[in-house]
Design a protein around this ligand. Structure first.
Ligand SMILES: Nc1ncnc2c1ncn2[C@@H]1O[C@H](COP(=O)(O)OP(=O)(O)OP(=O)(O)O)[C@@H](O)[C@H]1O
Length: 405
C-alpha cells in the first residue's frame, strides 16, 4: 500500500464544496431571486438593461445568484432571439476606472489585440465605446467587488454613454456587486442615481436556509448516507450564529469531511463537526495574530494578561500601563496612548477583541471598553509562535504554566 491512497468512503467529489463551484440551482433565496429577475426583465424584452446595485455581507450568495441568473438569462434570450453578451470582472485588483476600462476592452478583444496602459483616459474610453458598439447588442457588465474602484467615473460614464452619444448600437447595463455597505453612501449623487437604478440587498442566511444549501451540496459531494441531517443542522447552526455566511458553512462541512476521512469513518458525526470547528477557529486565530504588526501583537498580549487577571472589560487608559510593561519586557519602545488605542480598535475590527461604547452618566462623555472576544488558549498558542516574551508574565504562567513548559 502506498503512502497516499485515494479515499473512496466519504467523498464522491470534494471539489463541489469549493467556492468556485457554481450550483445548478439556488436554494433559500426565492424572494431575492424574484427581485433580481424583475430587475433583469427589460433585457429579455430587448430593452436597455437597468443598472443594478447588489449588496450584502460576504458569502450571502451575491456571486452565485448572479452567475445562475445570467446563465438562465442567456439561454432564455437565445430562445427569444435576443442577443446578449455578458462580461464579468472582479475589481479586486483594479483600483481605478482607467484600469477597469482597459480590462473591459481586453475582455471584448482577442488576446493579440490587447491594450495596455500608455493611452490617455479619453483614448481608453473611446476604445471602450468602439468595442461595445462592435458587439452591437445588449451587453451586461458585472463589476464584482466594485467598491475597490477609487474613482467613480466609469460608474457614471457607462450608464450615461448612450445619452451622451458615445454609444449608438450597444445597450449596456452594469451590475455592481459589493459587500461594503458604506460604499453606496460614498458615491456622488449622480453616480448613485445612475448605478443604483435598481437596488438589491441580500441579507445574511438563517439556519434553515443554510441547511438547504448544505444539504444540496452534500448530496453531490459525499457518498449516499455519509452526512446525516444532524451534521448538516450543526454546521448550519454554527454558520447562522457566526455571520450567516454560506461560504463559511461550506468550509466547515468540508473540514468535517476531511476529519471523517482522517478518522477513516464511514459516516460523519456531530463530534467531527466540533473538531472541524476547533481546527478552523484555530487557523483563523493564527492567521489573525500573524497578520498583526508587532505592536498590535504586544497590545493584544497586554489585553490577554488583563483578561487572565479578571480585569476586562477595560478602558484603553487601563490597558496602557500593562502594555508598557509588555513593551519593556520585549525591549520595544511603547507607542503613545492614542496610537495604542488605534491598535485596540483594530483588534475589535478584526473580531479578536470586542469594543462596547459606554456613557459616563449625567456628566456626559463617552468611552469604550475592551474585552477579548476569542478563546484565550488559542490566542496564547498563536502569540507564542510570534512574540518571544509570551509566557514570561506571572498571570499567564499561573494559568497556562503546564502548556508553556
Ligand atoms: N442560495 C445559495 N444556494 C446554493 N449555494 C449558495 C447559495 N448562496 C451561496 N452559495 C454558495 O456559497 C458560497 C459563497 O457564495 P457567494 O460567492 O455567492 O457569496 P457572495 O455573497 O458573492 O460573497 P462575497 O461578497 O464574499 O464574494 C459559494 O460556494 C456559493 O456557491
Amino acid at each position: 500500500m502506498g503512502l497516499f491512497e485515494p479515499d473512496t468512503n466519504i467523498y464522491r467529489d470534494r471539489d463541489i464544496l469549493r467556492e468556485d463551484y457554481q450550483p445548478e440551482k439556488i436554494v433559500g433565496r426565492d424572494e431575492e431571486l424574484q427581485q433580481y429577475i424583475s430587475a433583469l426583465q427589460p433585457v429579455i424584452n430587448g430593452d436597455q438593461p437597468s443598472n443594478i446595485f447588489l449588496y450584502g455581507k460576504a458569502g450571502v450568495g451575491k456571486t452565485a445568484c448572479t452567475g445562475y441568473l445570467l446563465s438562465e438569462l442567456q439561454s432564455d434570450a437565445e430562445e427569444h432571439d435576443v442577443d446578449i453578451t455578458t462580461i464579468r470582472t472582479n475589481c479586486e485588483d483594479l483600483s481605478t476606472s482607467y484600469q477597469v476600462a482597459i480590462q473591459l476592452i481586453n475582455e471584448l478583444r482577442s488576446s493579440e489585440e490587447h491594450v495596455t496602459t500608455g493611452y490617455s483616459k479619453r483614448q481608453i474610453y473611446e476604445m471602450l465605446w468602439e468595442e461595445l458598439d462592435k458587439v452591437g447588442s445588449t451587453v451586461i457588465i458585472v463589476l464584482d467587488e466594485v467598491d475597490h474602484i477609487n474613482d467613480d467615473s466609469i460608474l457614471y460614464q457607462i450608464p450615461r454613454a448612450r445619452a451622451n452619444g458615445n454609444l449608438t448600437e450597444a445597450k449596456v447595463g452594469i451590475i455592481g456587486i459589493s459587500n461594503d455597505f458604506k460604499f453606496r453612501e460614498g458615491l456622488s449623487s449622480k453616480v448613485q442615481s445612475s448605478l443604483c437604478e435598481k437596488e438589491l440587498q441580500f441579507p445574511a442566511y438563517e439556519a434553515a436556509e443554510l441547511r438547504d444549501i448544505l444539504r444540496q451540496r452534500a448530496d453531490i459531494a459525499f457518498h449516499d448516507g455519509v452526512v446525516p441531517d444532524a451534521v448538516i443542522a450543526k454546521c448550519a447552526a454554527y454558520g447562522a450564529k457566526d455571520a450567516g455566511d454560506a461560504r463559511q458553512s461550506l468550509d466547515l462541512l468540508m473540514e468535517t469531511g476531511d476529519i471523517g476521512v482522517e478518522h477513516q469513518a464511514e459516516q460523519l458525526t456531530e463530534a467531527h463537526v466540533d473538531e472541524a470547528r476547533d481546527s478552523l477557529e484555530k487557523s483563523r486565530v493564527v492567521e489573525g495574530v500573524n497578520g498583526l504588526t508587532h505592536q498590535g501583537q504586544l497590545v493584544l498580549y497586554a489585553l490577554l494578561i488583563l483578561n487572565e487577571e479578571g480585569k476586562t472589560p477595560t478602558r484603553a487608559r487601563d490597558v496602557q500601563p500593562q502594555y508598557e510593561m509588555v513593551c519593556e519586557r520585549a525591549a520595544v519602545d511603547p507607542l503613545v496612548p492614542r496610537r495604542m488605542r488605534d491598535h485596540l480598535g483594530e483588534l475589535a475590527m478584526l473580531g479578536i477583541a470586542s469594543r462596547t461604547e459606554r456613557n459616563k452618566g449625567e456628566a456626559g462623555g463617552r468611552y469604550y471598553e475592551y474585552s477579548l472576544d476569542t478563546s484565550p488558549e488559542l490566542l496564547l498558542e498563536a502569540l507564542e509562535e510570534t512574540v518571544d516574551i509570551v509566557g514570561k508574565t506571572e498571570s499567564i504562567q499561573k494559568r497556562f504554566g503546564d502548556q508553556l513548559s
